[in-house]
Design a protein around this ligand. Structure first.
Ligand code: EPU
Length: 316
């Protein structure tokens, strides 16, 4: 989730002391929605995750600024959803979980630039680019995450990555102020962007004018390739491991015979071994046990250490 949740802490310790009254005060006055003790499984592509003290969906960027300021004043941690490469543990997340789902504006700016708010889904953004005959995002066909999630984790595939198109990033900093950063001010690495603390709320993407039918064809072909090789119809969190240098984690996992391996309802996908799928009732403990099993087998039998692409957050 893909691609990338934005873990933002407003306190030095995840276990800072705050009460439910503090939490209520920190989300008071938001024009968006708030939902207390909300099960986070409903917000993740894995369909796994314990409850949040509160999930809020700010109505717009000013609302994001408000919740950041109010949370900071009460020393309540904030966690920003948006990614799909995310596993939330079964104890859920203490503090305020922010969903950018209502930040979904897209606009075209000169020349061939798209500005997308953080909550815009990549499939929507690709559809918009096609309609406006803009090329450059074809690599992201099939990525289910949000624009902000893709920035934070510098999402990518074999065809390209987010940093290739980023012109500038709009963030809300820890003081609750809007800050715009040029791409040159951000260091992008393999599957992560080194950004200042804060929340990505928008991104300017530099695309190229193209031929609509040609862009559409590349997107369709790539979607087909992914549908043929990845379990896109089942709840998952995308690729679990980063690819080791010059190899594919999926190929290695298949080679050691772990396709189809299960712990509870968590399963190494039969279609692509670097995906784990939730066959229904999997919890986070099942997934982490399965991850341990795969890592140990690859270490022992191939001598390779697999690093997680999946981000694991929350309380056990
Ligand atoms: N392979 C196997 N068995 C498997 C899976 C793959 O043998 O179960 C082999 C394939 O046959 C192929 C090679 O491994 O020869 C590479 O497979 P694939 O084309 O699926 O690419 P990948 O390296 O496994 C990467 C990205 C995917 C992205 C695809 C397609 C990473 C960690 N993975 O996978 O990204 O969708 O290329 O571009 O970068 C993600 O980041 O969440 C993700 C799924």
């Amino acid at each position: 989730m893909t691609r990338g949740s934005q873990g933002v802490r407003t306190t030095a310790h995840a276990h800072a002391k705050f009460t439910q009254t503090d939490v209520r005060a920190a989300v008071a006055g938001l024009r968006g929605s708030t939902s207390f003790r909300a099960p986070l499984r409903e917000y993740t592509s894995f369909k796994i995750g314990g409850p949040a003290d509160v999930v809020c969906e700010p109505a717009d960027i000013d609302d994001v600024c408000l919740v950041v300021r109010q949370a900071r004043a009460r020393k309540i941690p904030l966690f920003v959803l948006g990614g799909t490469n995310l596993l939330i543990r079964d104890g859920g997340i203490r503090g305020i979980v922010v969903s950018l789902a209502r930040l979904r504006a897209i606009k075209e700016e000169p020349t061939a630039v798209l500005y997308a708010e953080g909550g815009v889904g990549m499939p929507t953004l690709i559809g918009y680019a096609i309609r406006h005959s803009l090329a450059g995002l074809e690599w992201a066909a099939g990525i289910p995450g949000t624009a902000a999630g893709c920035v934070v984790m510098n999402a990518g595939t074999k065809l390209g990555e987010m940093k290739d198109s980023i012109k500038a990033v709009r963030m809300v900093n820890m003081k609750g102020q809007i800050v715009d950063l040029e791409a040159a001010q951000v260091r992008f690495e393999y599957r992560r962007a080194l950004l200042p603390r804060g929340i990505v709320v928008g991104v300017w993407l530099q695309l190229k004018p193209g031929v609509q039918s040609e862009i559409q064809r590349v997107v369709k072909d790539y979607l087909h390739y992914r549908r043929d090789t990845q379990p896109l119809a089942m709840p998952s969190a995308g690729c679990v491991f980063k690819n080791p240098p010059n190899d594919s984690a999926g190929r290695l996992i298949e080679a050691v015979g772990l396709k189809g391996a299960r712990v509870g309802d968590a399963e190494v996908s039969m279609k692509h071994a670097n995906f784990m799928v939730n066959r229904g009732q999997a919890n986070a403990a099942d997934v982490t046990a399965l991850i341990g099993k795969v890592r140990r087998a690859i270490r022992r039998r191939v001598g390779v250490r697999l690093d997680l692409e999946l981000k694991i957050v929350g309380e056990t």
